[in-house]
Design a protein around this ligand. Structure first.
Ligand code: DGT
Ligand code: CA
Ligand code: CA
Length: 571
């Protein structure tokens, strides 16, 4: 699909333009890039069917950008982009992946030190050559070195949300083969882990060589590591590997159990089987030489004396003990969410109007949506001030009057300032249906101060939800320092709800904290933080994270119908 290629170029153009002093153009490009990345249709098809006009109908794409897309579809390149690259011949996307390294800084480093890529940057920072340059101090230099180390640490792993759409496509093409009798993902993908080393797929087939021929010739395969009748392994263009195994029908359940892992979970299940005088491996459960189970996972778990365990829980965190007592928690299901409370509209520069966001939410079967645009402290995000919020309130009331059986709620995502105060006046916050507050600045505070800052916000009775409570960006930025127990205690006292943000690089709260919140009796909400209507579907990753954190339906407020949901909000 060309969408990803063009989107990547647009993102890069935005970065290049940010090195210059042009106010709005970079923003237009990144908005268009986001739009291309998230729409379902292939732009080539859109263009083939409706030409330039149809391209212009894609949200965020105007005349000028439509022409650039056309140019790429016709000639495989965009001259404007090539010219920008010639002017500044550096690996801008690589360099700006380092937390704290923006495009402007990258340009300065190229001009002063000829830094062209990550390697040059690391060398220069370690040689202490950055300090003293405009905008660089000893601290920035240290942050850059840390940022580079961070990038290296997770090398070779991919964000779940980054590759899941590809995995789904691969599975559905394989499913269409008549030679495929059964198919499932296994490994970390099936456990919905936040990052993935490689993708594992299991198949039952009477004609494995046909399946393997098809598998290694899938669209997007750039390398075939191995090809056999029971196992093949390929690399996809995005850089990740896929392992396909064909297993006998009678062992499908035990193979699935084995290859789903985790390894730690498997070690414990195998030991449990041994304690009962049984043998468990990828071929089945055996009593002596007699196979007593293997066809389905349910019968495998049953044979070793435990309840079937949802894959997201298989991390050897105590789930096996509970399964043995048949007292696993009844974790939230993928269809339990009734509405998304953290979405952005075009009022703060999101890609879609409030109405479009609401229509999409409704088409997903939701009962409500919360519009929670950024507020004024965040100038780069076009944050709304008090007046705009009140105007938006009117628009939402008007839209609601035309709707029945669905409700748009007005919230906002206000900023928790350094001193714990909120950047919007209380009398306006009071008028909204609910208020989200989050930390969007000064991430490097001391633990105690950061904890106090957030707790102070929680004590403001207008604040209902804390967004992405730990601030981490997977593979990019560590969480900020907080005393999570204190945060939980304050949340419990004040009735503040903690968010599970579904954005693939956030997944914040993460599984470990979700379990602690649940144990402390603190309520949570699963939100997407969508800036585009097509991102509403990211909810799947928030739900999987909640499942990994053993959250039940009753722990998550947006599983409740509207009337009950509203009771969670204080004002
Ligand atoms: P990843 O790929 O790093 O994200 O993580 P996984 O869990 O997908 O690991 P992977 O692909 O190496 O192996 C898939 C599953 O196969 C793993 O979750 C459990 C099982 N497995 C692999 N190697 C071993 C092993 O040495 N012992 C046991 N008990 N299980 C294994
Ligand atoms: Ca794997
Ligand atoms: Ca594997």
């Amino acid at each position: 699909m060309k969408n990803q290629e063009i989107s990547k170029i647009f993102y890069e153009i935005a970065e290049y333009l940010k090195t210059e002093r042009i106010a709005f153009r970079p923003y237009a490009y990144s908005k268009a890039a986001l739009s291309l990345e998230t729409i379902e249709e292939d732009v080539s098809d859109v263009y083939r069917k409706g030409g330039l006009k149809a391209l212009e109908e894609i949200p965020g794409i105007g005349k000028n950008l439509a022409l650039k897309i056309e140019e790429y579809l016709k000639h495989g390149k965009i001259k404007y982009y090539d010219d920008l690259k010639k002017k500044l011949p550096i690996k801008l996307d690589e360099i700006t992946r380092v937390e704290g390294m923006g495009p402007k800084k990258a340009k300065i480093l190229y001009e002063k030190l000829k830094v062209k890529n990550l390697k040059d940057l690391e060398k220069a920072a370690k040689a202490k050559k950055l300090r003293g340059l405009r905008g660089f101090g000893e601290k920035t230099e240290k942050n850059i070195i840390e940022g580079i180390a961070f990038l290296k640490r997770d090398k070779g792993r991919f964000l779940l949300g980054e590759i899941m759409p590809d995995v789904k496509k691969i599975i559905s093409s394989l499913k269409r083969l008549k030679e495929v009798d059964r198919i499932s993902t296994a490994g970390s993908v099936r456990r919905m882990k936040e990052t993935i080393g490689d993708v594992d797929i299991l198949i039952v087939s009477k004609n494995p060589s046909k399946v393997m021929d098809f598998f290694v010739s899938l669209e997007g395969v750039v390398k075939i590591w191995s090809k056999g009748t029971t196992r093949s392994s390929i690399r996809m263009r995005k850089g990740f590997d896929v392992d396909l195994r064909v297993v006998p029908e009678k062992s499908y359940g035990s193979a699935l159990q084995y290859f789903t892992g985790s390894k730690e979970h498997n070690i414990f299940t195998r030991r449990t089987a041994m304690d009962k005088g049984l043998k468990l491996n990828e071929y089945g459960v055996f009593k002596g030489s007699k196979m007593i189970a293997g066809k389905t996972e349910e019968e495998v778990y049953k044979a070793i004396g435990m309840a079937w365990i949802p894959p997201e829980m298989r991390e050897n965190e105590g789930e096996i003990e509970l399964a043995l007592k048949n007292s696993l928690p009844d974790i939230i299901g993928y269809n339990d969410i009734k509405g998304d409370l953290h979405t952005h509209s075009d009022w703060d520069g999101g890609a879609n109007s409030i109405k479009e966001m609401a229509e999409t939410a409704r088409s997903m079967g939701y009962d409500y949506i919360g519009i929670a645009d950024h507020t004024k402290f965040l100038k780069i995000e076009h944050g709304l001030d008090e007046k705009q919020l009140l105007r938006q309130r009117k628009e939402i009331e008007k839209l609601n009057a035309e709707l029945s059986g669905f409700r748009i709620l007005q919230g906002c995502e206000a900023n928790i300032l350094n001193d714990g105060l909120i950047d919007i006046k209380d009398e306006v916050l009071k008028k909204l249906d609910f208020v989200i507050a989050g930390v969007h600045s000064s991430f490097k505070m001391e633990k105690e101060k950061m904890t106090e800052r957030i707790i102070k916000a929680m004590r403001n009775p207008n604040i209902d939800i804390i967004s992405h409570p730990t601030g981490r960006l997977i593979q990019k930025r560590d969480e900020y320092l907080i005393d999570f127990d204190k945060i939980l205690k304050a949340a419990k006292e004040t009735g503040t709800i903690l968010e599970i943000n579904s954005y693939p690089e956030r997944l914040d709260l993460k599984d470990f904290y979700i379990r602690r919140a649940k144990e402390a009796g603190v309520k949570m909400v699963i939100n997407t933080d969508s800036h585009h209507k097509d991102q509403l579907k990211l909810i799947e990753y928030g739900i999987s994270q909640a499942r990994r954190g053993w959250a039940e339906k009753k722990d998550i407020i947006n599983t409740e119908p509207l009337n009950r949901l509203l009771k969670n909000f204080r004002y």
